[in-house]
Design a protein around this ligand. Structure first.
Ligand SMILES: NC(=O)C1=CN([C@@H]2O[C@H](COP(=O)(O)OP(=O)(O)OC[C@H]3O[C@@H](n4cnc5c(N)ncnc54)[C@H](OP(=O)(O)O)[C@@H]3O)[C@@H](O)[C@H]2O)C=CC1
Ligand SMILES: C[C@H](O)[C@@H]1OC(=O)[C@H](O)[C@@H]1O
Length: 253
């Protein structure tokens, strides 16, 4: 059990990648606290799955766009589970929209949820880890979109590049405390975030065709890479990023 005795916090874990990662970490021995914004049933069923694995689980509701949510989540999770060993910043939105008429509210909300929210969450988790005094692991669910653009993602891709940049800087700021900070770069993973976008069969076929491993990703594909970065197997890995994209990024021709 790679995460035996560890406590993992995951934001945006009522559905999709965050949910899979939260349950996956429990499968590897961790107790897990999950944050979510709206989907009470999804969060509760994730906790039920974690408990069925014999681990402790708790769901704490809060919008990460509100900076106050960060301290609330970390302090309530610590109260319930005792400590924070691993923090996974996963909550994110991608409301696909064209550039030339991007609504100000869509731009600002995407920045606030994906990047501003991450900043304060990571800061709150890091403060708890520093207080504990024995290191930790912070993982950001960035994206292949930190490296490449998207016509309908001009508001989104900068948040994913920003998240990776945040991990690089906090890796330096927190190294002296033994806290490692890394990014995961998922490719296209089938979740609610892109259900509508990939309902366009032409686009879906094109996206699938770009992937050397021959399929779009599933949320569970992020479990192994997260567990690796969370566990002591990656003790000397910090400031790094790992593509989890079936090879899409390197496939020029
Ligand atoms: N799917 C993909 O192809 C890729 C996804 N990613 C990233 O992975 C992360 C997860 O995406 P994915 O699982 O696909 O998305 P989903 O839409 O499936 O899930 C998003 C999760 O985030 C939560 N969430 C959304 N807004 C907030 C908020 N303001 N505060 C707290 N929680 C919130 C949702 O909770 P609720 O419904 O309860 O509000 C839900 O649990 C995102 O950061 C995304 O950018 C990166 C690369 C590829
Ligand atoms: C939402 C997109 O389908 C998904 O998110 C990303 O970060 C990548 O751009 C994926 O294609």
């Amino acid at each position: 059990m790679l995460l035996e005795g560890k406590t993992v916090l995951v934001t945006g874990a009522s559905a999709g990648i965050g949910r899979a990662v939260a349950i996956g970490c429990a499968r590897h021995g961790a107790d897990v606290a999950l944050n979510f914004a709206r989907d009470v049933a999804g969060a509760e069923s994730a906790v039920a799955e974690i408990e069925a694995l014999g681990r402790k689980g708790i769901a704490i509701q809060g919008d990460v766009a509100d900076p106050a949510t960060a301290k609330d989540f970390v302090s309530r999770a610590t109260e319930a589970l005792g400590r924070v060993d691993v923090f996974v910043n996963n909550a994110g939105i991608c409301p696909f929209h064209a550039f030339l008429d991007m609504p100000v509210e869509t731009f600002e909300r995407t920045m606030q949820v994906n990047l501003h929210g991450a900043y304060f969450m990571v800061q709150a988790a890091a403060n708890q880890m520093v207080k504990q005094g024995d290191g930790g692991s912070i993982i950001a669910m960035s994206s292949i979109s930190a490296l490449v653009g998207g016509e309908y993602q001009t508001h989104y891709t900068p948040t994913k590049a920003g998240l990776h940049s945040l991990m690089q800087s906090v890796a330096i700021a927190l190294g002296k405390y033994g806290i490692r900070c890394n990014s995961l770069f998922p490719g296209t993973i089938l979740t609610d975030i892109n259900k509508e976008d990939l309902a366009d069969q032409g686009k879906r076929t094109y996206m699938e065709g770009r992937i050397p491993l021959g399929r779009l990703g599933q949320p569970d594909d992020l479990v192994g890479p997260t567990v690796f970065l969370a566990s002591d197997l990656s003790n000397y890995v910090t400031g790094a990023s790992l593509l989890v994209d079936g090879g899409a990024y390197v496939n020029l021709q």
